[in-house]
Design a binder for this molecule. Structure first.
Ligand SMILES: [Zn+2]
Length: 272
């Protein structure tokens, strides 16, 4: 580059930076800098501006943002609640068995998988997902849940049929307080899974028969359904949006709704 040309380029650059300097002085943010002396206004002084009102405004805005954006400010209605989670069967009992091709999907494994995810969510919200011991007697399981000081009980099951295309959502209750509780859990499962709704049935044989905890026995879907069985095998190899995930989330949402109602209308603990 010729010397003359270089000078011209340098001059051009100086002109440009002067123009930038000029433009900078009249930026809209100028109004935030009105207390800053003229000699501190150019770019190198920009940081120093933070010592003035700009800094105060930025700090104030950041404080508001953190307050609004932080989820830790809100107390979950789950906090302090003990939720008994019974994974149906286990202890050598498989429950219903579905097949994806030649590979078996055991109901007992699905029940445990849903319980694990649901417990993690409950515990993260400051509650306690109590894992009911997989005892052979239903009444002993309920007694175990009650000894733990549980507020409610969910007995997690999945249905079975010889027809591998059968699939729907159904829940079971026995006592009056079960029905009040189930009205929060069952509809949440139905809307999340999108399967036909066979409703909340009263029965006399599930875990809800025993004790006095508000409880529900859920049969969220049929593990004997081929789609469901294959979906569970996908869960086992690490898929992240399976029925297991959807079901656990739906139960959690139902619990939040139930305890929100209890906290608002009944002064804390639900009716027993
Ligand atoms: Zn079962």
């Amino acid at each position: 580059m010729q010397h003359k040309e270089l000078s011209r380029v340098l001059y051009k650059e100086i002109e440009t930076s002067q123009a930038d300097f000029h433009a900078f002085r009249y930026l809209p943010s100028e109004s935030l800098c009105y207390t800053v002396p003229e000699h501190r206004r150019f770019l190198p002084a920009n940081f120093k501006h933070m010592k003035g009102k700009t800094f105060m405004l930025s700090f104030f805005a950041l404080t508001i943002f953190v307050f609004v954006a932080s989820p830790t400010g809100a107390v979950s209605p789950i906090e302090g609640k003990v939720i008994a989670l019974d994974a149906g069967h286990g202890g050598g009992e498989t429950g219903a068995v579905g097949y994806c091709g030649e590979t078996a999907a055991l109901e007992a494994d699905v029940n445990l998988a849903v319980r694990t995810l649901l417990k993690a969510q409950i515990d993260a919200a400051g509650g306690l997902g109590y894992e009911v011991a997989q005892l052979s007697s239903r009444s002993d399981r309920v007694a175990d849940a009650e000894r733990a000081g549980s507020d409610v009980l969910i007995s997690i099951h999945h249905n079975g049929s010889l027809n591998t295309s059968t699939d729907y959502t159904q829940s079971f209750v026995t006592q009056k307080n079960d029905k009040a509780f189930a009205q929060y859990i069952h509809p949440s499962l139905v809307s999340a899974l999108g399967l036909p709704d066979k409703g909340i049935k009263s029965d006399g044989y599930g875990m809800t028969v025993y004790g006095s905890l508000p409880g529900i026995l859920t049969e969220s879907y049929f593990i004997t359904n081929i789609v469901a069985a294959c979906d569970f095998l996908n869960y086992q190899i690490g898929a992240t949006s399976t029925r297991v995930h959807i079901e656990a989330q739906a139960m959690y949402d139902g619990l939040v709704a139930y305890f929100s109602r209890s906290a608002g209308g009944k002064g804390g603990r639900p009716n027993r």
